[in-house]
Ligand binder design. Sequence first.
Ligand SMILES: [Ca+2]
Ligand SMILES: [Ca+2]
Length: 228
Amino acid sequence: MQEFFQDRRNQAMFGGTVLFMFIFPIYFALVPSLVGLDGAGASDSSGTWEVSFTEEMFTQTENSGELGDGDTFDSIFILTEEMIGENRNVASVTIEVSCNDNDDVGFNDGGSGDSDLAGVSGALQDQSASGDCGGGNAFSMTWDIVDGYDGVTYEGEGKMSDISARWSDNESARGDWLVGITADVAEAPFPASIANGDDGQDYDITWTAVVFEVSMEPVLNIADPTTE
Ligand SMILES: [Ca+2]
Ligand SMILES: [Ca+2]
């Protein structure tokens, strides 16, 4: 009988010990988050922030070489995760295509472009554009990856995580950006083309990606005692 009680007491003590082993860690893990002092709360404070942006621009320029009428040149711009970096986002990607038809008079060439974003992350829309070689850009295309991004410092209220999410590119825009450029070469009809001929056109291509990092500094709203 004595052994039985002894046994029960031991069992109860053991059970109680096990119970507290579980309850105490859970209790102490919960308390800080209940009073807002845990790590996640401290690094994700709510408040007023001065939100600013540090930008880096990546550019790539190339020339298509001489293209005949209807010929196509594929221009590829590769935007890698390594270029973007862990804490940065892609604001926009732009391609500008320019040409200057100085081969003949009165029969200006042109060009057109069609994107193929199959190799780019995210649900980005393909674009088409065209224009003529009158100097300046024949055409350009821009993809705004983060809507409303202008790089201008502002004051925002809320949680840091919400502000970061507002400026997130959601991991899109990574990969191989491809635009096929098709030459549209115009020349005088025969026999005027003998004296005023044009058998080709080249195109200057510039890709630009704007990458940025978001910074947040707390704004201290201290009442000015002199106004009271
Ligand atoms: Ca021409
Ligand atoms: Ca030409």
